[in-house]
Ligand binder design. Sequence first.
Ligand SMILES: Nc1ncnc2c1ncn2[C@@H]1O[C@H](COP(=O)(O)OP(=O)(O)OP(=O)(O)O)[C@@H](O)[C@H]1O
Length: 346
Amino acid sequence: MELELDRLTKQYEAKIAVDRVSARLRPGVYGLLGANGAGKTTIMRMICGILRPTSGEVRLDGRSIAELGEAYRARLGYLPQDFGYYPEFTALDFMEYMAALKGIDAREARGRSLELLDRVGLAGEERRRIRTFSGGMKQRLGIAQAVLNDPAVLVLDEPTAGLDPKERVRFRNLIASFATNKVVLLSTHIVSDVEYIADSILMMRAGSFIMQGSPAEVVRGIEGCVWQARVPVREADALAERLSVVNVHYADDGTALVRFLSDGAPAPELAATPVAPTLEDLYLRVFDETGNASAIDAPGVTGGSGATSDAGVSGTSSASAGRGGGSRANRVSGRRGSHFGGGRNA
Ligand SMILES: Nc1ncnc2c1ncn2[C@@H]1O[C@H](COP(=O)(O)OP(=O)(O)OP(=O)(O)O)[C@@H](O)[C@H]1O
């Protein structure tokens, strides 16, 4: 099974929201990672056949989804960003209603709904009204309805938005458990949502895929650019002014371990050591505050997007929080130079 995006483009008047995006997606989890406004929702809506591309097309196993019509929808599961949950419905009513919309036989629908509610941790809550559900419960119900028809293509648009860290982890595991033999496309601007479960990262910026590859492949492009140095705490903030600081771990002995990006070797007096890059380092580098992305030497890179900088930086700190062992973990978003094409070194 292969889902192909062939020069997929969407233009809204003067705004090109998605610009000739191409990719071949085989079963696996794809993390569509990009800042707000990068074009993630627009791509997903085109993949779901809800939005007609200005040009280009989506094909499933070589056939246009526009031609496939109902046959494609029967193989598609979708959890939109702003999913309407019918607050007065019970979870089971809702699942059965969605099953009916998907053309699933009523006798089969009950059993399948109960089985899925159980799988998403809502056993015992089937008869509760959705309005009494927490955000996490609603999203778990959302994924349950999306897989009612055992789809070959599962599209999840920012499914972890608004979830607390514990629910986010739970949701992540749930997605992984549903992913077998499916193309799962999951959009997010939170690196940790996809860092561990995605087989492939599709890094999106200003309407284009600027990188495609496994997490290990895409981070290879910034090997040698991530450093850490232990400095007195009072110097850590000053460093953030000079360097592209990813995070700072404060220790109890008055020092701080500063992780930062630098294209070349930092000043010797810092005694910095190079460290292995992570997806979050890469994300911060790509979505630098200036928006000055350009080509970066990584596999699958389709080149600089010629991007305008309307894709704002969303400074997530979720990934860094789980890393390192400092007594306090902070993201210091210091003034960042242009990291591409001649960024300043430390
Ligand atoms: N109906 C529309 N008319 C005009 N411009 C639009 C429309 N829908 C989206 N856009 C613009 O297209 C660009 C891509 O939007 P899109 O919603 O796909 O981004 P996104 O990456 O999903 O962002 P977010 O995470 O905020 O949802 C944005 O600049 C947005 O303002």
